[in-house]
Write a protein that binds this ligand. Structure first.
Ligand code: NDP
Length: 332
């Protein structure tokens, strides 16, 4: 057996973490031969709830779980971690403006970036789930200058999974036969779910989805809107935001980062923009990426038509605005 790695989950008493911790501890993410020590960070009022989560983790008797460390202290939480799931963030309350939400969360991610910088392993892989995830990841990286900025990412995998599921439903095929759907930009309603490169494999033959669905009104209209508004639809029905699917997406994201993507397949991750596809540099923007040896690279030379160009630019504009607001908050 390998040496255990340390993995931190923040917001560990929350509802996404409740589903996520099971998947991490069972070996879904880092492999079935990789023992783990779980560090669970949450705020002081949540410690009693967190103790219950710790008891349940014990009672699962996971063979890979060497130890569980619940804490309110970022030094303890981030010490020597190889992987970080930053789930905890201030929820949006009624009447709260986007700006208020941004400013509360930017402060949290500044502190966590500083703690990662001081205490985490330098090759730590950081996944930000807490919203506004892209800008939180940007701020976190900014305050962790000793860690390469390629090691920070934001989650758009749930949007990707939702998009795959919508296309599978439309074509009446298993979701596993669909690949290479892209989510561009921000994890917000300006994101662009793009089916132009997506394929379906049927009887050993891989075909472009846009050849099978020759309906631009659907691909550019209903499909995009359904994915953009899916989170709100789940909240309306469940009276709580999506948690099981968000946790599954976080597992998928980190597993692909850790273990790599299949040849010819790509996935969407919010990563530091290098200017690819004419996207402004130095924002955390969701691109199609492939991963090997635990390093992602942006897939190049995919087609971007006029409609896609407008969508890519609109979501970039929102991220530039968020960045500006976030940097102002950090100066306070
Ligand atoms: P969740 O675990 O449901 O959500 C946490 C974050 O994930 C929120 O930012 C939320 O954004 C985001 N999120 C929710 N659904 C999705 C989705 N479908 N896709 C992408 N992102 C999503 O919230 P809980 O209230 O259950 O738990 C939050 C925990 O965080 C609490 O235990 C709280 O104490 C803790 N916390 C910890 C902090 C810390 O560790 N320093 C600081 C603040 C809170 P949205 O609100 O937009 O849904």
């Amino acid at each position: 057996m390998a040496e255990p790695i340390k993995v931190v989950v923040t917001g560990a008493a929350g509802q996404i973490a409740y589903s996520l911790l099971y998947q991490i501890a069972s070996g879904e993410v880092f492999g079935r031969n990789q023992p783990l020590i779980l560090h669970l960070l949450d705020i002081a009022p949540m410690m009693e709830v967190l103790q219950g989560v710790v008891m349940e983790l014990e009672d699962c008797a996971f063979s890979l779980l060497s130890a569980v460390v619940p804490t309110t202290d970022p030094e303890v939480a981030f010490k020597d971690v190889s992987s970080a799931f930053l789930v905890g963030s201030m929820p949006r309350k009624q009447g709260m403006e986007r700006k208020d939400l941004l400013s509360a969360n930017v402060r949290i991610f500044k502190v966590q970036g500083e703690a990662l910088d001081k205490f985490a392993k330098k090759d730590v892989k950081v996944l930000v789930v807490g919203n506004p995830a892209n800008t939180n990841a940007l701020i976190c990286a900014k305050y962790a200058p000793s860690i390469p900025r390629e090691n920070f990412s934001a989650m758009t995998r749930l949007d990707q999974n939702r998009a795959q599921a919508q296309l599978a439903g439309k074509l009446q095929v298993p979701v596993s036969t669909i690949r290479n759907v892209i989510i561009w930009g921000n994890h917000s309603s300006t994101q662009f779910p793009d089916a132009a490169s997506a394929t379906v494999t049927n009887g050993g033959k891989e075909e472009k989805i846009t050849n099978l669905i020759q309906d631009a009104a659907y691909v550019q209209g209903k499909f995009v809107e359904t994915v953009q508004k899916r989170g709100a639809a789940v909240i309306a029905a469940r009276k709580m935001s999506s948690a099981m699917s968000a946790a599954k997406a976080a597992s998928d994201h980190m597993r692909d980062w850790w273990c790599g993507t299949a040849p010819g397949s790509f996935v969407s991750m919010g990563v530091y923009s290098d200017g690819s596809y004419g996207v402004p540099k130095d924002i955390v923007y969701s691109f199609p990426v492939s991963v090997s040896n635990k390093k992602w690279s942006i897939v190049q030379n995919l087609a971007v038509d006029d409609n896609a160009r407008k969508m890519l630019d609109a979501t970039a504009k929102e991220l530039l605005e968020e960045k500006e607001e976030a940097l102002l908050v950090c100066q306070d």
